[in-house]
Write a protein that binds this ligand. Structure first.
Ligand code: DP6
Length: 362
């Protein structure tokens, strides 16, 4: 599929007014997206677990304007409060998706959004937030095209979400989503996420992700700036080809349920992501001392118990502790006994693999 497949020609049957709503989850990448080209095209393929508890709920009220105007018209409420400072980000998103949803300037919109996780938790809300908004906007189009298939709806929602935030394209469906063209995966695309198409062993069903809130403050360097620093990065070419190799290596790992292989690959990806930050120009560090404390404790615990508990990181200091369903009690005991002490205000979020976004009945 190409960009043109997602262009919509508005018809007479566009709805006048209605309210739609979606709850979209966050996701945690196993092979990381870090580096992008123009138009939100990823520099390398990635794959993620869709999460369940960490989610954004968004409703969209829309009303046809008397005459289409030159600018977008929207109000934005976050947790019930008007949020003027979030509006530029939404306006940029609307500008990017307008070629594919050319009816946007014909409506007044009211967007109401809430996150299930604390705003200041250091957990990125852009993936779940952009996914939920993309789903709401596409629901308006679907009212005029009720014949739209679920497959096309999900692909276009992922395509639109990507234009808001790259990783958001992996937050439409569950439970294991791949994004970015790579030769080993026939239908892989730079434009949208797809269900991971190969066999996945029982070991990887119901995987858990306990997110340790090591540092809840604002990040010093945003992901968008971080992606930009991969241009002219001395190790960019090696990193991008490594991501393709890791995608290929995951195939037999997922198939056979090889937890040891999974851990080695996922932890290496997390540290490589942060190594890219530390070796760019300008260089920066997003990990905190407690991030390293937690990592060392996970390694020591794994060595002592042989339990398949590992970590991954996103672009921040928080640690995602990953473990399979079968060790969940022991893992939680370990987390509470040894790791929670490294969390800010002792805070953590118990999450697990989820099934993707859900439409709300409004
Ligand atoms: C480290 O999707 O937040 O979480 O496309 O600029 O919005 P933008 O970036 P974003 O980057 C996420 C980077 C990551 C890795 C990943 O999720 O794959």
């Amino acid at each position: 599929m190409t960009e043109n497949d997602f262009v919509f020609q508005p018809s007479e049957s566009m709805p006048t007014t209605a309210k739609v709503g979606w709850k979209a989850p966050s996701n945690i990448a196993l092979v990381k997206y870090w580096g992008k080209k123009a138009n939100q095209i990823p520099a390398n393929p990635s794959v993620s677990f869709t999460l369940d508890a960490c989610a954004t709920t968004t409703s969209l009220l829309f009303q046809k304007r008397k005459a289409p105007a030159h600018d977008f018209s929207f109000e934005l409420y976050f947790d019930g409060q008007k949020k003027e400072d979030f509006k530029p980000k939404i306006a940029t998103f609307l500008t990017r998706v307008e070629p594919y949803l050319p009816f946007l300037k014909g409506y007044d919109f009211t967007i109401e959004t809430t996150n299930s996780f604390p705003h200041s938790s250091g957990i990125a809300s852009s993936a779940s937030g952009m996914a939920a908004l993309a789903l709401c906007l596409l629901s308006v189009e679907r009212m005029a095209r009720p014949e739209m298939t679920a497959d096309y709806f999900n692909k276009k929602a992922s395509f639109l979400a990507r234009l808001g935030s790259g990783s958001a394209c992996r937050s439409i469906e569950g439970d294991l989503i791949q994004w970015g063209h790579t030769s080993g995966i026939p239908n892989s695309s730079d434009l949208f996420g797809i269900h991971y198409p190969f066999e996945v062993h029982e070991n990887f069903k119901n995987y858990h992700d306990t997110i340790l809130l090591v540092h809840k403050g604002q990040k010093t360097v945003s992901s968008t700036i971080g992606h930009g620093l991969m241009h002219n990065h001395p190790f960019a070419a090696q990193r991008f080809s490594q991501a393709h190799e890791n995608m290929a290596s995951l195939q037999p790992i997922f198939k056979s349920g090889d937890l040891e292989g999974f851990i080695a690959l996922v932890e290496s990806e997390a540290l490589t992501l942060h190594a890219m930050m530390m070796t760019g120009q300008p260089y920066f560090i997003l990990m905190k001392p407690n991030t390293l404390e937690v990592i060392h404790k996970i390694w020591a615990f794994r060595e002592a118990t042989k339990m398949p508990i590992c970590f991954t990181l996103d672009a921040g200091a928080n640690v995602h502790v990953l473990y399979p369903e079968k060790v969940k009690e022991k893992a939680m005991e370990f987390i509470k006994d040894q790791l929670v002490v490294h969390c800010e205000a002792g805070q953590y979020i118990c999450d697990r693999i989820g099934k993707g976004a859900k439409e709300l009945t409004i």
